[in-house]
Design a protein around this ligand. Structure first.
Ligand code: NDP
Length: 256
């Protein structure tokens, strides 16, 4: 049964057109939120929005601070001030460190860390002034441990967790909570690309390449996007007001 605990709340989900972001958009909308999905490609955004009751799509490149400002102005003009921000947009390029160039390093920092800063800055002041807000950053198990060949991604996600903890303290008396949700390997395009990549580079079959990833999860499987979305939804509810500065691992026991 629909509960509408987020009725009258405007939620923005970056990277909401695909994978985990799309699942989060669906979960927030099912609890009554007006959802804006943001991303660079129009088609995936429209596919997600078509599944939601009250939704709009706004093109946004989270790495470009001017573009972010314009996107949030557009989103608030149509759906009101942002009450919930889910910083989900991200990318995970791989390279052995000795072959990583500065372009890849900057690109990973830019989308995974600067993007969180850019979008959070666009909404934080309004949330403070309204006395209510939820910021949920989709980090990763890579925010607390290393994985070979994704050092830039790991560094950026560690940064996301640092930002989450510091801002949670600053915001503690404002009614705004700031948390991170940290999935293990999840069944989305990022993992599908990683599997193809491993298979291409090592000659392993796709099944064996996938097993290389799922072996990190003690439950021996990929996480489902809806499982991540459930945790995000819980953090966004009014009842979760005292949960802040936390990292919630959705990883089958990979991080304990
Ligand atoms: P997807 O590739 O499906 O989603 C990434 C989304 O981010 C896409 O919708 C993409 O849309 C958007 N995006 C990428 N770059 C930008 C940009 N510059 N500006 C705006 N949007 C952008 O993968 P996931 O759903 O798996 O990833 C979602 C989040 O979950 C990421 O932060 C990822 O790091 C994290 N995560 C994923 C895990 C996994 O195993 N899948 C594990 C742990 C964390 P577009 O290209 O149209 O802009």
């Amino acid at each position: 049964m629909k509960k509408n605990r987020l009725a009258n709340k405007h939620a923005v989900v970056t990277g909401g057109g695909t994978g985990i972001g799309a699942a989060i958009a669906v979960a927030l909308a099912a609890d009554g939120a007006r959802v804006t999905v943001m991303g660079r490609r129009r088609e995936p955004l429209e596919n997600t929005a078509a599944k939601l009751e009250i939704a709009q799509c706004v093109n946004c490149d989270v790495t470009d601070i001017d573009n972010v400002a314009a996107a949030f102005t557009k989103a608030t003009a149509a759906s009101g001030p942002v009450d919930i921000l889910v910083n989900n947009a991200g990318a995970a390029a791989t390279a052995p460190f000795y072959r990583m160039d500065v372009e890849l390093w900057r690109r990973m920092m830019s989308v995974n860390l600067d993007g969180v800063f850019n979008c959070t800055r666009a909404v934080y002041e309004d949330m403070r002034n309204s006395g209510w807000g939820r910021i949920v950053n989709i980090a990763s198990t890579a925010a607390v441990k290393g994985y070979a060949y994704v050092s830039a991604y790991c560094a950026a996600k560690h940064g996301v967790l640092g930002l989450t903890k510091a801002l949670a303290l600053e915001a503690a008396r404002t009614g705004v909570t700031v948390n991170a949700v940290c999935p293990g390997y999840t069944d989305t395009d990022i993992v599908r690309e990683a599997v193809s990549n491993i298979s291409e580079k090592t000659g392993l079959s796709k099944e064996s390449a996938l097993a290389e990833l799922t072996r990190h999860n003690p439950q021996g499987r990929l996480i489902r996007p809806a499982e991540v979305a459930d945790a995000v939804l819980w953090l966004c509810r009014p009842e979760s007001a005292s949960i802040t500065g936390q990292s919630i691992f959705i990883a089958g026991g990979e991080v304990t």
